[in-house]
Design a protein around this ligand. Sequence first.
Ligand SMILES: Nc1ncnc2c1ncn2[C@@H]1O[C@H](COP(=O)(O)OP(=O)(O)OP(=O)(O)O)[C@@H](O)[C@H]1O
Length: 728
Amino acid sequence: MNTKLTGRQHCLVSSSPLLASKWQRLPGCWSGPQPTAVYISTHVSQFAKARHESPARTDTQLAATAKGDAPTSTLREFGFAKDFAERYDLGRAIGSGSFGTVHIATDRATGQEVAVKVITKRILGGYLDPVFVRRVQHEVDIYSHVGHSLNVAYLYGAYENAVHVKLVMELCKGGELWTRVQRGKYCEGAAAALVAEILRTLAQCHAKGIVLRDVKPENFLFLTPAPDAPLKMIDFGLATYCRPGQVLSDRAGSPLYVAPEVLKQSYGQKCDVWSAGVIAYQLLTGRFPFEDEDQGLLLSSLDVLGNGNGDAGDSGTGKPKKKAKNFTNKEVFFAILYGDLDFVRPPWNEISSLAREFVSTLLQRDPNVRPTAAEALQHPWIRQNDPASASSASSLSSCTASLSSMEDISVDNLVSMDVANGPTGLASAIARDVIRGAGSSSSSSSSKAAGGNGSCGCNGRGHKSSSGGNGSSSGSRTGSRSLSDSLVQRLQRYGTYGRLKQLALRAMVGLLAASEPERLSALSAAFRQQLHPPESPGLPGAEGRLPYGAVRDMLLREWDLSPTEAMQLLAAFDVDARGCVDRLEWLAALVDWREVQQSPRWPSYVDRVFDLFDVSHSGSLTRNNLQRLLCSGSLDHNPDSGDGADLDSGSGSDLEECPFDDVVPAALREADSDADGAISRQEFGEFLSAGAAGDLLEFYESRRRRRRSQQEEGGQQGQEEEGRGGEE
Ligand SMILES: Nc1ncnc2c1ncn2[C@@H]1O[C@H](COP(=O)(O)OP(=O)(O)OP(=O)(O)O)[C@@H](O)[C@H]1O
C-alpha cells in the first residue's frame, strides 16, 4: 500500500511478520478524530513479557497470548474514576489525533484550565478490545511514571464512563514544536537548546526502561506562547518498557521519524535518539534529511507538507514555491534505510561543523555506534549551547563520583546557614546558593556555537534556560551542584520513581534517621525550622509536615515554575491530601540515594524495609500485601525510626478508600521481574537499586531562577555581589 505522506505524521504500528515488507496503514491512524486501536501486537513470545505489558489480563489469557493465540479480554472497564462530569466542564476541541480528540476543560472547583484527551472505548463482543486496553494502560502508566518531570505534560487523572476514557492533562498553550518547525529553521543556539530538552526527556525515560517510539515534533508542545517557553512531551501511546540491551521487534512509530532498525524489526532505546536526530536536522534546515534515490529529491518540508500547506515550503530559504511532491511510505522507508543523508546543500554551508557532526552522529544507521541520549547530551554542540548543560558542567561522567561529596557539603552548609540565619528555615536555606564552589570546576564555556547563532534568521526562540535564564546562563558560572540548584531536579526525579519505590525510600529515611542520623540531620533541622512559620503557627496536624502552601510559595518564588508545575512537583508529597507536605517523603526526595547505596549498610536497609512491607511474613510482597501496605498507613509506625514523633499515621486504614488502588498493579509490574505475581526479596533489592546509577539529576531541568535577573528586577545589586561571591 502506498500511502501518501501529505501532512503531519501519525503513528503506525505493526508487529505482524506478514507485514514485514511494508507497513500497514491502520484505519483511522492517519487522520480524523475517530479513535481507533493502532497498536497491533502479536509479538508476545514469553509469558513474562505478556504479564509485564498486560497486567490486567489473567494468567490464562497471558499464557494464550504467549502461545500466539488471539488475545481476549474480560474487561468491561479500566477502573478509572467516574466523576469527570462532576469535576470538569468540557469545552471546545483543540486538537485531534488517531487515538482521540483533545479538548479544553475547566476544573469546576478551582477554575483551572486543563487539556482532556477524549478516547472512545473500543468494544469487541461486549468487552474492551484487549489491544485498546493495552494502549490506554500503557499511556496512563507511563504518563504517571514520567509525568512528574517538567519535560512532560502532567497527567492529573484518568476517568471513564460507558463510552469514553478521558485523560486530564496539563494544558499546553504554546502550540506544537511542529508548528514552529514549519515556520523555518532555527538558529543554532535555539535549536541546540530545544534538542537538549528533547534529549533530556529521552534520557529520563530510558533510565527508567521506557522507550518512546514516537519522538516527533508533533508530540512536543510549548507550555506557553513565549519564545522560551518550556517544552513538554505529550502522547505516550506507543511508549513501552524496554531496558538497555533488550530487543524489540514491533514496528511502531511515525514514518518520517522512524529509525532504520525499527524498520528492520530489531531495536532498542536508541531508536528514539535517531528520531531526535531527525528533529535536530529539521530545526537547523527546515527539511528532512533523506534523499529519495529514485527521484534524486530531498524530502523537504515542502515535499511532505506541500498539500494545503503552502506556507511551509519556503521556510527560511526565500526560494519560490515548488510544486509539492508527495512521497509514499515505501519511498520514505527506502530513503531511511539506504538513502544518502544530505549535509551539503544550503543551509549546511552556514551551519557550524560541530552542529553537522552532532546531527550526523545521531543519524548513524547502526544503533551500536549511535550515542545514547545521555551521551548525546554530552556532545560539545549541546554543551556549548544549552544553558542547563553549561550549568552542570561538572560533566555527567564525573558526576557520579563527585555528587556525594558535594552533597555532604550541601548538607553541612544548610545547617550552618540555618543556625546563622535563625528561623528562616528550609526555604531560605535552599534558596541561597549555600555551596561555595564545592567540587566546582567552574565552567565558562561559551554560550555560542561555532557558526554563530546571530545571523541565521532565528525562529524567535532564544536560549530557553532551564535554569531560568534567558540568555547567557548563571549556570555557566556555576560549576557546583548545590542542593539549591538541584532541588527541583531532585523533586522531579523522586516524583518519577513510582509509588512503591517512593514509599520504600520514605521508610528507609526512618532507618537512616535511627542508624546514621548525620546523613539527615541538616535536612531535618532545616525542615523543623520551616515547620512553624509565623503565618500558620497552629496548623492542624502540622507536626512533621510542611504546610503545602508555604512550600509551593517557596518554589514559585525561587524557581522558574508555573503554579501548575509547582503543584505537579508537590503532588507526591501530600500523601494524605491534608494540605501538608510529608516530611519523611520530602527528605527521601532530597537524600542522595546513590551515596547510601554505596554504603555497606545498604543491603541491610533493603532487608529491613522488605520486612517492614512484608507484614504477613510470607517472604514476598503480593498484590494484597501491597494493597494493604499502601492503604493502611502501616508505614507510619516504623518502630526503627528515630523520628517517631514525625511518623504520625495520618492516612486512614479503610482499604475501600485506598487512594493507591491503581498503583498496586503498576508497582507489581515494575518490580516483579519474573512475573509470578509477587515481589521476592531479591526482586525488591534489584528494584530499589535499579536505575539509580543511570537516572542522573542532569536529565531534569533545574529551573533555578537566575539570580542576576531577579536582583536586577529588585534592584538589589549589593546582594548579588554577596551571593555570587562564592560561586566564582
Ligand atoms: N496537553 C495538551 N495541551 C494542549 N494541546 C494538546 C495536549 N495534548 C494534546 N494536545 C493537542 O491534541 C493533539 C492530539 O493529541 P495526541 O497526539 O495526544 O493524540 P493522539 O490521538 O494520541 O495522536 P497520535 O495520532 O499521534 O497517536 C495534539 O497534536 C495537540 O495539538
